[in-house]
Design a protein around this ligand. Structure first.
Ligand SMILES: [Zn+2]
Ligand SMILES: [Zn+2]
Length: 364
């Protein structure tokens, strides 16, 4: 008889583990709970002997060294012997003690859905205009392939001693009998002799998947695209979570987005603004658009090109393109240009200022 096997604990189990294992088993095999059941009585005697030996540091040391002590050495001879349980039972193990945590904290082994995995995908404004697929890498935990999520090395399962593999414990209280998931095995009915070496008993393994996530045209910054079933694996047969991909729209070198509208600043030379011109705007969808700048256009003036903005994510009318004119002053360094500007000033003395801002003529 291996005392560690009897109590269902590891060889290195500490005092607390041994006491807990004993209490758990005593609650099940105590002769007062199983009146007239000789098998339970015999089992309880083994449990008590194992407990008495392992809980005493000196006796445990001798036992570990190979010395068998006590009546267990002649195990078979005692089968069916109706003994007094009080002799072996821990003095403090009263009935109240034994049932202190009956019906509380039964482990929840219902199927649980896996957690979602959150990742980010960066897209350009051009991607938003056309729609795209974003490639993301999803790092997640799925059921270990070696142990199928059980965390147990193949073939290393043994029936739980506390429940004989049934997974439930019968508890008698007065005239009532309760059934609850076995404490010793969390209701699984088995104990682990060796943890799975691939996952070290965790039951999960890390896994990376590359996903091509559809990004619809007009997608908003911060929008979330879900890919069903690509999250962490579920527990106890539960469904996996989803991959939740948050779209981050990168800033653009020319265009600024406001809802579905696009804003762009268009630099225009003085003579172009004064005389009028046509400017080609490079569009996000690849089709260039020509902006007509009429003669006399002021800096800051805005032109609205209807429905040339971004597509609507809601499937409605596209946004507008708003082009704001910036009149850029030339750097005049050469004499010829200066002379032309002076002449222009003489030709148009009142072109800008009115009488409230009199010109103070200075020699050039
Ligand atoms: Zn069990
Ligand atoms: Zn495993």
């Amino acid at each position: 008889m291996d005392f560690y096997v009897v109590l269902g604990v590891r060889r290195g189990a500490n005092d607390g583990d041994i006491r807990r294992a004993y209490r758990r088993l005593a609650r099940q095999y105590h002769p007062d709970i199983n009146p007239g059941d000789r098998e339970a009585a015999a089992r309880f005697r083994d449990i008590a002997t194992a407990y008495e030996t392992l809980v005493d540091p000196e006796r445990r040391q001798r036992y570990d060294a190979g010395e068998h002590t006590g009546p267990d050495a002649a195990d078979a001879g005692f089968a069916g012997f109706d003994f007094s349980p009080q002799v072996h039972a821990e003095p403090s193990t009263t009935f109240g003690d034994l049932f202190a945590n009956v019906l509380v904290g039964a482990p929840d082994r219902r199927p649980a859905r896996g957690a979602d995995v959150h990742v980010q995908a960066a897209v350009t404004l051009e991607d938003v205009a056309r729609g795209t697929t974003a490639r993301v890498t999803v790092a997640r935990h799925v059921a270990c392939r070696v142990c199928a999520g059980g965390g147990v090395a193949p073939g290393a399962r043994a029936a739980c001693l506390a429940c004989d593999g049934g997974g439930t414990t019968r508890v008698v209280r007065g005239h009532m009998v309760f059934t609850r998931p076995c404490d010793g095995c969390d209701g699984t009915g088995y104990r682990v002799r060796q943890a799975c070496v691939a996952c070290h008993g965790a039951g999960t393994e890390p896994r990376s998947d590359v996903l091509d996530v559809p990004v619809p045209p007009g997608v908003l910054d911060g929008a979330v695209v879900s890919v069903e079933g690509m999250g962490h694996g579920g527990r106890f047969g539960g469904a996996p979570g989803d991959a939740r991909v948050t779209i981050a729209v990168l800033p653009h070198r020319l265009y600024r987005r406001e809802g579905d509208d696009l804003h762009v600043e268009v630099p225009v030379a003085v003579h172009e603004a004064a005389l009028g011109t046509r400017i080609t705007l490079p569009m996000l969808d690849g089709a260039p658009v020509r902006l007509k700048v009429p003669p006399g256009t002021q800096s800051g003036q805005r032109f609205r090109l209807r429905e040339r903005g971004l597509p609507s994510a809601r499937g409605g009318v596209p946004g507008d393109l708003l082009a704001e004119i910036r009149v850029m002053l030339p750097r005049v360094l050469d004499e010829r240009s200066k002379e032309l500007l002076r002449e222009f000033g003489r030709l148009q003395p009142d072109s800008v200022r009115d009488a409230r801002f009199p010109v103070h003529e200075e020699p050039h």
